[in-house]
Ligand binder design. Sequence first.
Ligand SMILES: O=C[C@H](O)COP(=O)(O)O
Length: 222
Amino acid sequence: MSSTLIVLNLKTYLEGTGEGAVKVAQACKEVADDSGIEIGVAPQFCDIYRVASQVDLPVYSQSLDPVGAGSFTGHAFAQCVKDSGAIGTLINHSECRLTLANIDASISAAKGVGFRTIVCTNNVATSAAAAALGPDYVAVEPPELIGSGIPVSQADPEVVTGSVEAVKRIDPAVQVLCGAGISKGEDLVAALELGSVGVLLASGIVKAADPGAALEDLVSKI
Ligand SMILES: O=C[C@H](O)COP(=O)(O)O
């Protein structure tokens, strides 16, 4: 496997009892195996167990709450998310934002169960702030480009290069992903050329008529 990382966030695009998520995850696995590129998938909480038990692929939760076992109604408890089969989590996605204190606490909760942590940010300043909290990855995504079909690598390359520089300055061990509007092979190549190690993406693949073919295109140029 190369060190390039692709994480496909399924958001709440898929209805049903998880069959759709399993199908997309299987397509991810096939493309990962064929290309040698690591691909992970982030289904809804209710689909984590089903996806993780049916597909041999890294599964992430879409968020994680900074709570332990106890009286925490409506929260996602790290140990249970892990027991469901996840190996990591997104934290602070633009569509599920947390306070700075809760980002820090969620990273701690995730690390407490050995999770890979991907903290989402919206600009260079928040990328630097997130890096100071020591996650494994910072994923920078300008909110206005999310779901737009306009790749961040084209519309706002400076937010990627700026985040890479800022994160490196704060903690060189933290790696940078970028996302928003990424869907094609040239978008992934551009993301890597801007200094990120991979992409966090969603609509361009999940909403494609053939997600498997869209994934093949995504990895076709590296
Ligand atoms: O988590 C994924 C990002 O929000 C990007 O979404 P998008 O690929 O639909 O723009």
